[in-house]
Write a protein that binds this ligand. Sequence first.
Ligand SMILES: *Cc1c(COP(=O)(O)O)cnc(C)c1O
Length: 357
Amino acid sequence: MRAYNFSAGPAILPEEVLKEAAAELVDYQGTGMSIMEMSHRGKDYSAVHDECIANIKELLNIPEGYSVLFMTGGASTQFPLIPMNLLGEGETADYTNSGAWAKKAIQEAQMLGNVNIAADCGKEIPTRVPTIDELQLTDGAAYLHITSNETISGAQWKEFPEHDCLIADMSSDILSRPLDVSKFGLIYAGAQKNLGPAGITLVIIKDELAEKCPDTVPTIFRYKTHIENNSLYNTVPTFPVYMLCLVTRWLKAQGGLEGMQKINEAKAAKLYDLFDSSDFYNGTAVKEFRSTMNVTWRLPTEELEAEFIAEAAKQNLKTLKGHRSVGGIRASIYNAFPTEGIDALIAFMKEFEAKHS
Ligand SMILES: *Cc1c(COP(=O)(O)O)cnc(C)c1O
């Protein structure tokens, strides 16, 4: 039996995708080899690589002048690569601090150049992301960096600020909703939350930005290198790209990102409606910034939370424990998380509340 897996990442994948990958794992389309065993420059893998990029461009309606890259080292490697490539000598980069992930991005940038904190709500409880109105932006900043969804706190940007060079860490909500890519200079996301298995980082970059990189940055660390080589400068993690390709096909079958957004909003609303009608379950995020991907809440005591997590696991509702830094409960309900799992969680929550309040 498949578990209802609420893990924040690596996270649940669509069951259809896993089955398809399993079916062709040993012999990929009659080639007598696994896709994992093939050259990253051969025709079979190339077709997958190119389809995956084309599907992402189609799903996000990416305009001309942008490239879709597969990089490595996770979103965490993008934290320093962004200032290395895009923060010029004497320039300032604006960053918003909305919590744990934003803070990590800020710390790396501070090692490499001037950083202005344009808004700081990183420590607020209930949790939130900044409002556009409160941003204190630097004139002529190299870029503005935001974290579109704070995976740990469960707060999400619903509208994005206008900026000449807006950069977003979308690790935990990429491809969960339609997006106007033309408003961004660079978007990045580690794959293991909402895209596929761990091992690749998706980067969408406006090509002209990549020209800015100073000559002192080593070749492999330049966006320009990966743009010019279609992400094949060195050996790309072929199997994760293949898995992502299957996920993009699955997304198209869900009605694209409009379809996915409707499903995601309906799933999250079921949980948030329960919080709003209960004194027992308290949502952690400010209402208007509630994430559709990571739903976080508290129970009246930590003892009850521990019991909740243990009892839920017995009913096949797995990995509901909040991040170790904040405690509480977190249900990560990415694209692939099925609606039946939400219904099962809600039934369990009602029963648990009746028993303990
Ligand atoms: C998980 C996560 C990261 C870190 O991703 P890695 O791929 O592990 O480096 C960064 N930002 C956000 C928003 C995340 O959720």
